[in-house]
Structures are given as structure tokens and as C-alpha cells.
Design a protein around this ligand. Structure first.
Ligand code: 5GP
Ligand code: ZN
Length: 114
């Protein structure tokens, strides 16, 4: 999937500020941060969106949430609060077609979800 920007980040072909990685999961800073803490947590495997995840792959979402919680603690926003966002498909507002979770924190976020 070398036309996929996040696969290129996984492969190291596009530079990114990596905050965490293991065999299956990568986390890096969003290039256009919407909050003081804005991290993207992705599976290393190319899965286009949440809608495409199989039952076998579903535990990855829990792993990604665990990584997000760990990074929230490291960023010092665990107690002040933060938001995890997964957009899926066109109406969901997903732009990059590689499953990702946004970790947003470090400021008071709107109570409105959309
Ligand atoms: P989406 O709108 O698909 O949920 O979010 C995609 C996110 O990826 C956006 O917040 C955007 O700023 C981020 N992004 C897009 N291209 C790059 C890139 O090349 N590097 C990094 N670090 N983030 C990117
Ligand atoms: Zn990809």
C-alpha cells in the first residue's frame, strides 16, 4: 500500500515524530495539531477504516486505546482529560484511508461532538 501516506510513515519513507511503537501499533504526532497534544495511533497493517476491521483484528482497537492512555499519561493530560476520535468513511470525516485513532488533549475541548 505504498500510495498510503500512513503506510509510508510505517515504512519510514515519510518522516514523523514517533512516540511509541511495537510489532503491531505505531503512534506519532499529527502534522497539523488541533490541540496541544494531538497524536495519531495506527495499526502498522493497512486497514482502510474501522468499518473494514475483522473480528480477528478487533482486539487491535483495544491495544490502540491502551497505547493512547499510556501516551496521555506521558503527555500529562491523563487527569485533565482527553478525547479519542476514530472517524470512519466519508460522512465520518475520515480523510486518510488507513485506520487511525486521534488522541486530543491539553486544552478544553468542545462538548459538541460535531
Ligand atoms: P482524519 O481526518 O483522516 O481522521 O485524520 C487524518 C490526520 O492525519 C489529520 O489530522 C492530518 O493532519 C494527519 N496527517 C495527514 N498527513 C500526515 C502526515 O504526513 N504526517 C502526519 N504526522 N500527520 C498527517
Ligand atoms: Zn496504509
Amino acid at each position: 500500500m505504498m500510495d498510503c501516506v500512513f503506510c509510508q510513515i510505517v515504512a519510514g519513507k515519510i518522516p514523523s515524530t514517533v512516540l511509541y511503537q511495537d510489532e503491531d501499533v505505531l503512534a506519532f504526532r499529527d502534522i497539523n495539531p488541533l490541540a496541544p497534544t494531538h497524536v495519531l495511533i495506527i495499526p502498522k497493517k493497512h486497514i482502510p477504516s474501522l468499518a473494514d476491521i475483522t473480528d480477528d483484528e478487533a482486539p487491535l482497537m483495544g491495544r490502540m486505546a491502551g497505547v493512547a492512555n499510556r501516551l496521555a499519561r506521558e503527555a500529562g493530560v491523563s487527569e485533565s482529560g482527553y478525547r479519542l476520535v476514530v472517524s470512519s468513511g466519508e460522512d465520518g470525516g475520515q480523510i486518510v484511508p488507513h485506520l487511525h485513532m486521534h488522541l486530543l488533549g491539553g486544552r478544553k475541548l468542545s462538548a459538541r461532538l460535531c
